[in-house]
Ligand binder design. Structure first.
Ligand SMILES: C[S@@+](CC[C@H](N)C(=O)[O-])C[C@H]1O[C@@H](n2cnc3c(N)ncnc32)[C@H](O)[C@@H]1O
Length: 254
């Protein structure tokens, strides 16, 4: 009898999850969003390589946050490449500078590594995905990117608020293991700046681009004072200047 009661309780719990969790709109939207972004046929390295090739010269590339270099860094076609990562997610961590990006830029400023006068054609920011960190990464990268070069940011277009959560390690949300963090907030801060040009390519979780000298999109005038995800979600096309990969290629090649 006890056994059957236990079985029945389990069955009821399963039924509850089916109704309350797996058929819930938040859960279904998050699953759909994850599939759309994770199966995108164009990836961040396609964007970066297209930008580097468009410059038609010897190119310098910096990647902040590398994890396994086979996923992106090794696929980048630049003449000179540097990588920065403190090694939080991949124990081998085969990078040039085993540092946080804050420490890397501090040492670069002091002339303790590379050269103070170095300028990159592309800086790819993909380190800690919390807005305050990404904000510092963008601010530092702006000082070390060439005027006609590009800052590229991964994870600017979280499909739902669950993907945009602060907590990386907690996976019991409708987004499961997928995490974009609050990178979008930092990107949007720079999307508002009139001295910068920017856009976001709608592939691979949103690949954001910022340039000081190349015209790649007008700043946004939309200002969400309280940075609520729901407001961002309603106007994301304009706030991010969201464009397709084909539109991006046309813009760069014109
Ligand atoms: C999403 S992974 C990078 C993925 C890689 N860029 C790619 O395209 O496949 C994020 C990496 O950022 C690193 N990271 C975390 N905090 C960091 C920080 N403060 N500065 C630089 N990198 C950081 C982690 O160790 C991790 O390897």
């Amino acid at each position: 009898m006890k056994y059957f009661k236990k079985l029945y309780r389990r069955y009821k719990l399963g039924e509850y999850y089916e109704e309350v969790v797996f058929k819930n709109k938040h859960y279904l939207d998050a699953q759909k969003g994850s599939i759309y972004q994770a199966t995108s046929d164009k990836k961040r390295y396609d964007v970066i390589n297209h930008l580097l090739a468009s410059l038609n010269r010897e190119t310098f590339y910096l990647e902040i946050g590398v994890r396994n270099p086979q996923d992106n860094f090794n696929l980048i076609k630049a003449n000179v490449k540097y990588s920065v990562d403190p090694g939080l997610e991949y124990t081998q961590n085969p990078v040039d500078f085993k540092l946080t990006s804050d420490d890397f830029f501090e040492q670069l400023d002091q002339g303790a590594l590379l050269s103070k006068s170095i300028k990159f054609d592309v800086v790819f920011i993909d380190g800690m995905h919390l807005a305050s960190y990404v904000d510092r990464d963008i601010s530092n990268a702006l000082r070390y990117v060439k005027d006609d070069g590009f800052i590229v940011l991964h994870d600017c277009n979280p499909p739902t608020e669950w993907h945009a959560r602060d907590q990386y390690l907690y996976e019991w949300t409708p987004a499961n293991k997928y995490w974009n963090g609050s990178t979008w907030k930092a990107f949007v801060k720079y999307r508002k700046m009139n001295n910068l040009s920017s856009c976001c390519i709608d592939i691979d979780w949103g690949v954001g681009l910022i340039s000081k000298g190349k015209n790649i999109g007008e700043p946004t005038s939309i200002d969400d004072e309280f940075y609520e995800y729901s407001t961002f979600c309603l106007s994301r096309k304009e706030v991010l200047n969201l464009i397709s990969f084909d539109e991006f290629k046309l813009m760069v090649d014109r």
